[in-house]
Each structure stands twice: as C-alpha cells, then as structure tokens.
Design a protein around this ligand. Structure first.
Ligand SMILES: [Zn+2]
Ligand SMILES: [Zn+2]
Length: 180
C-alpha cells in the first residue's frame, strides 16, 4: 500500500474527497472494460453497454460497472446505478450489478475479489452509503486491493472502533499492519 501524494491517505482511500484517489478507482474499473473490448475485438458503443447490463451474470464486475457508467438513468440523469439513494431505477441497478462475476486474482485469498468489488462500488458511490460504511471501505479497500483480508475478528474490531468514533488517521496505521 502506498500513500497518495495528493491526500496522504493510502491510495484509493482518500475517495471521494481526493480527486486523485477517485481517478484511481475509475481507472481500475475502466481498465477492465478496455481489456474486455480488446480481448473481444468489440467497439466501445452504448449498444454493447446496454447488452451487458441486460445480462450482467456472464460478465466480470469491472465490465458491468463500466457498462453502467456509459448509460444514463432515465429518472435522475446520473450514470445508471449512481444517482441519489432512493432513485428507483438506480436502486435496482445497484442491486443488479452484484450478480456480475468476481473471479479472484491469482495469489489472493478466496473472496478477495468480492471485497474489492464491494469496496469499489461504495467508494465510487459514496453519496449512496452511510458515513461508517464509507470509512470502513476507505480503510479496507487499499488492503484488499493489495491482496490482504481482515479476519472476522479484525473486521469486528475495526467496526467497533469506527462505531466508537475513531477516524481515518487513527485507524489507518493499524490497518496497514494487517497486510502481511
Ligand atoms: Zn488521494
Ligand atoms: Zn437514477
């Protein structure tokens, strides 16, 4: 894990306030889409994005999330699934996106990729989530992306400390020691 030169948090963990961390998250998703297009020799057009989000299940989560990013919610005008919480079509899309595939990257513990995808969704859509969920992913996402995982006890410990009001600066050094 590396510190972001712009915000001082571990990279990705400064989102949504830090533009650089936000860009890193967007790139993580968009790179997955570009790799998919290259592999399949497909053009980047909205019809393809529509097709992907109408099927979801056969596709990897980065491909699905990037496809949603290419489409506009008819109700709120945001990118699909990314409008305010309570926008009915966005709420539906947000649920559906989780049926995408989450194949673990080589050399990481099982279900690591699920944590990466949930963390990316929360950090990229901070306005749809509570303050505590956001803080726990600002702390946890750089760890899981680096291939680490919290044990159940560690996750409970972290949640308890967040609930007691501990902030990012207090908790980040502790999280960094979890990465072996
Ligand atoms: Zn940053
Ligand atoms: Zn919407």
């Amino acid at each position: 894990m590396h510190r972001c030169p712009q915000c001082g948090c571990f990279e990705y963990g400064g989102a949504p306030a830090c533009a650089r961390c936000g860009d890193l998250l967007d790139t993580l998703v968009e790179d997955g889409y570009q790799a998919f297009l290259a592999e399949q020799a497909l053009p980047d057009d909205p019809d393809l994005a529509e097709m992907i989000v109408s099927e979801i299940k056969p596709y990897e989560w980065r491909v699905v999330d990037a496809a949603f990013d290419r489409l506009t919610c008819a109700d709120c005008g945001s990118r699909r699934g990314r409008g305010p919480a309570g926008c009915p079509p966005c709420d539906l899309d947000e649920g559906f996106r989780y049926s995408a595939r989450e194949p673990d990257r080589p050399g990481v513990p099982p279900l690591n990729e699920h944590a990466v995808r949930v963390g990316a969704a929360v950090l990229r859509n901070a306005h749809r989530h509570g303050e505590r969920a956001l803080l726990s992913w600002r702390l946890g996402f750089p760890l899981v992306l680096a291939g680490g995982m919290f044990t159940t006890a560690q996750a409970q410990n972290l949640r308890a400390r967040i609930n007691k009001g501990a902030g990012y600066d207090e908790l980040a050094p502790w999280v960094a020691t979890r990465l072996r």
